[in-house]
Design a protein around this ligand. Structure first.
Ligand code: SF4
Ligand code: SF4
Ligand code: FES
Length: 225
C-alpha cells in the first residue's frame, strides 16, 4: 500500500494511505484524546473530542475518522483545538452526574482523565442533568446511566465483539439514552455475561455486580454487610 507524507505539529511523518490522522499521530507518539473511538471498533465520530486543525480546512476535523492525504498539515494542540476540546468536555461534565468522588471507576474514568489533562475544574456553564435510577437487576451488568456520555462504545462492542446486540440508542437530543429492547432491564437470555461492554465503557456507567460474579464463578463469597 502507498505511503503518504504528512506533517503533524511540525514533524514530517509518513503513513499508509488507509490510515487516519489519529492512527498516524498515535504511531508516532502524539497523544490525541478520544472518547467514542476504540481501535477494535469502526470509528463513528460521535464525541468530537479528537478534533484537530488541518491547514486549509474551514472547520476542525475529527482525527479518528479522517483519512490522511498527501501534504496534509495538522495541528493537534493549537489554541483553537484546545478551546474546542474544553467546550466539549465542559458540556459533558455539565450533563454528567456529580458523584465522581464516589464512582467505582475512580481514576480509570477517561472523561475525568481528559478533563484533568485539559486542566479543567468544575463546569462553568449551567448544569443540566438527567438522573436515572441505577439499574442493578441484571446479574451481569449494573447500569448507572446518569454517568453515560453516549459514546456508544457498549452498543458497538456488544454487537461487533460479543456478537449479541443488547443495546441501542433511543430517544432524541438531550433525552437520548442507551436502552435495551423497549427500555427494559438487560435480559439474561440475551446477555452472555462476557463483560465486553463493561471493559469498553469509558466512565462508571457500566460495572460488574461483584458479589454475584464471585458466587457465579465459584470463588468464595465475601459478605460485608
Ligand atoms: S456482557 Fe456481553 S453480551 Fe452482555 S450486554 Fe455486555 S457485551 Fe453484550
Ligand atoms: S454506557 Fe458507557 S459505553 Fe455505553 S454509551 Fe454510555 S458511556 Fe458509552
Ligand atoms: S474520538 Fe473521534 S469523534 Fe469521538
Amino acid at each position: 500500500m502507498k505511503n503518504i507524507a504528512i506533517t503533524i505539529n511540525g514533524l514530517q511523518l509518513t503513513g499508509r494511505e488507509d490510515m487516519t490522522i489519529f492512527e498516524v499521530a498515535q504511531a508516532n507518539g502524539i497523544n490525541i484524546p478520544t472518547l467514542c473511538y476504540k481501535s477494535e471498533l469502526p470509528p463513528i465520530g460521535a464525541c468530537r473530542i479528537c478534533v484537530v486543525e488541518v491547514e486549509g480546512s474551514r472547520t476542525l476535523v475529527g482525527s479518528c475518522h479522517t483519512p490522511i492525504a498527501e501534504g496534509m498539515v495538522v495541528h493537534t494542540h493549537s489554541p483553537k483545538v484546545l478551546a474546542t476540546r474544553k467546550v466539549i468536555i465542559e458540556l459533558l461534565l455539565a450533563s454528567h452526574c456529580g458523584t465522581c468522588f464516589m464512582c467505582s471507576k475512580a481514576n480509570m474514568c477517561e472523561l475525568r482523565s481528559i478533563a484533568a489533562d485539559l486542566d479543567m475544574g468544575l463546569p462553568q456553564v449551567p448544569t443540566r442533568r438527567l438522573y436515572y435510577p441505577v439499574e442493578d437487576v441484571s446479574p451481569y451488568v449494573i447500569r448507572d446511566l446518569s454517568k453515560c456520555i453516549l459514546c456508544r462504545r457498549c452498543v458497538r462492542a456488544c454487537r461487533e465483539i460479543a456478537k449479541q446486540n443488547v443495546f441501542a440508542v433511543a430517544y432524541r437530543g438531550f433525552e437520548s439514552k442507551i436502552v435495551v429492547d423497549f427500555d427494559q432491564p438487560i435480559d439474561t437470555d440475551v446477555c452472555r455475561d462476557c463483560d465486553v461492554c463493561i471493559s469498553f465503557c469509558p466512565t462508571g456507567a457500566l460495572s460488574r455486580p461483584s458479589k454475584v460474579t464471585d458466587e457465579k464463578k465459584g470463588r468464595p463469597l465475601i459478605i460485608c454487610d
